[in-house]
Design a protein. Structure first.
Length: 173
């Protein structure tokens, strides 16, 4: 669902409070009348999927609008987890096709929803993308001379005590 939001300092985005429909009304009723913090619903963009946001990622925060340099109106798409996965699926199939990490739970590439912090929807790219051929070119790591887990177990040794500790043990000073 398309939703109008407040965008601050060209970065953070917040839902309008209840009963406020536009930026002029927000400034008039909230910013000008308040000398402190305003409780807002923050559209968390840790996954960098702007302008697509998930309901489940909305956080309640307090914002001091007196410390901001710009406030403007923007438009985002607000979706549920399932709607987001459905919308992101075509991008994932195109972007992830041929990636060595596709389907890997260790990289977070096993579910579409977990891929959203790696995929830039607007640029249709993934920072983690690694072609299967590129990964094979790295080669088998078993031929290396250094194998840290094949070595004997480490030995425990005691560090020499400092001079003052030696003196304390001997009873001096």
């Amino acid at each position: 669902m398309k939703k109008k939001v407040i965008k601050t300092n060209e970065m953070e985005q917040y839902l309008y409070p209840d009963n406020i429909a536009n930026l002029d009304q927000f400034v008039e009723e909230v910013v000008k009348k308040n000398d402190g913090f305003v409780k807002m619903q923050y559209l968390n963009d840790d996954a960098e999927t702007n302008p697509f946001f998930v309901h489940e990622d909305i956080r309640t925060v307090y914002v001091n609008f007196n410390n901001l340099t710009t406030i403007e109106e923007d438009e985002v798409m607000l979706m549920s987890d399932s709607e987001f996965e459905e919308q992101l699926a075509p991008f994932c199939y195109d972007i992830c096709s041929g990636c060595a990490f596709d389907g890997n739970p260790e990289t977070g590439c096993d579910r579409i929803l977990r891929k959203r912090d790696k995929i830039n929807i607007l640029e249709e790219s993934c920072f983690l993308y690694t072609d299967q051929d590129e990964l094979e070119d790295i080669g088998d790591m078993s031929g290396l001379d250094y194998h840290p887990f094949d070595k004997d177990e480490g030995k425990i040794f005691q560090f020499p005590l400092s001079r003052s500790e030696d003196e304390d043990e001997d009873g001096d000073e």
